[in-house]
Write a protein that binds this ligand. Sequence first.
Ligand SMILES: Cc1cc2nc3c(=O)[nH]c(=O)nc-3n(C[C@H](O)[C@H](O)[C@H](O)COP(=O)(O)OP(=O)(O)OC[C@H]3O[C@@H](n4cnc5c(N)ncnc54)[C@H](O)[C@@H]3O)c2cc1C
Length: 382
Amino acid sequence: MNFTISVEQKAIQLSIIEFCKTELNNNVWERDKLNLFPRDLWHKCAGQKLTGLAIGTEYGGAGLDPISTILAMEAFGYGCEDGGLSFSVAAHLFATVIPIWKYASEEQKSKLLPSLCSGKKHGANAITEDENGSDVFNMNTTAIKHNDGYILNGTKTYITNGSEADTILVYALTDKEKGFFGGITPFIIDTKTNGFSVEKIFNKMGLKTCIMSQLKFDNVFVPKENILNHVGSGATIFSYSMDWERIGIAALHVGVMQKLIEQVITFAQNRQSQGESLSKKQVIAHRISDMKVRLEASRLLTYKAAAGIEIDKSNTLNASIAKVFVSESLIKTATETMHIFGAKGYLIEYDIERTVRDSLASTIYSGTSEIQRNIISKYLEL
Ligand SMILES: Cc1cc2nc3c(=O)[nH]c(=O)nc-3n(C[C@H](O)[C@H](O)[C@H](O)COP(=O)(O)OP(=O)(O)OC[C@H]3O[C@@H](n4cnc5c(N)ncnc54)[C@H](O)[C@@H]3O)c2cc1C
């Protein structure tokens, strides 16, 4: 076991942090207030290859191995003060681009990956439906065979990047009898296709610079060439993409927690109460020490899960353990930081309140905490 970060990995992290500082962090509170997706900054992120970190260089990606990808995401989470923007990049990379890279035919990869990696095209993945969120494979969206393709009908909801997307990975039911066991198929859909529409854009509590939409597929014809992998491969591909997404977003959160701890330490050392700094009060010092314990445990769980990508057959278990622990740690760390900052933590100008709002959805998306615990219980044969 070796926990040393290589010189190359450290250099990548430092250059991402510098990029975030100089290019991404101006006026975040303003676009957060206005629910604005910063398209120009998205393209800047793509220019740094953040939209294609793990993808082979032959397709325009950065060609990083899984651990280097996860370390890069940690730096992105640390450096980028716009939690909506980093979330948008992560959803694009982990739930759309990576499954295409892993499962698409060579022809599909050559056609799709260069523009998805360069940021020219924006990706989304659509599985959730209003009637069945956590019961994700019990879907109503259908794909019925028609001539040389399929006709899709249904509505997908809470889709990150949905209205911004050019390419959507949509999961639809092709065989009701088989359901989870070979009855779900992933389709790659160009949003210019007839019958596709954005039904609604949601107003949410946090991650406000990342647009979340409801999408309608009304008799959308999809040629069979747009099936990802093969008919019925949906459950396998979705689970694979969720393993990556859970670990990748956990890495973002580790970066955010690192930043919060640095902020809270500086604040507690400088804020005076009864003739001494807050950091000298044991009750505060212990709270911050607990944050550090949660951060380091989160980091180790995330690195362990990253090390298992493509190698460990039970990596879904590692991904779920990391997801549930890191997201719950993030929320605890963000709310504790707000508390130690006192009223300043509650004010928009100090940014902590935005981090609290951004953090709260982390135990809901990519499978709720209950669903992660269900997965863990299954591995424990409970
Ligand atoms: C910020 C954000 C971004 C998202 N992005 C996307 C996206 O890009 N693409 C996409 O397809 N979806 C996306 N989603 C949807 C997300 O995956 C779902 O919200 C999530 O799976 C939960 O579904 P639900 O909201 O319908 O809650 P429900 O499934 O209705 O759950 C309600 C509550 O009941 C609990 N519960 C439900 N079933 C069980 C069970 N079997 N055992 C124990 N507890 C249970 C849940 O844990 C939860 O606490 C996003 C959601 C958010 C908040």
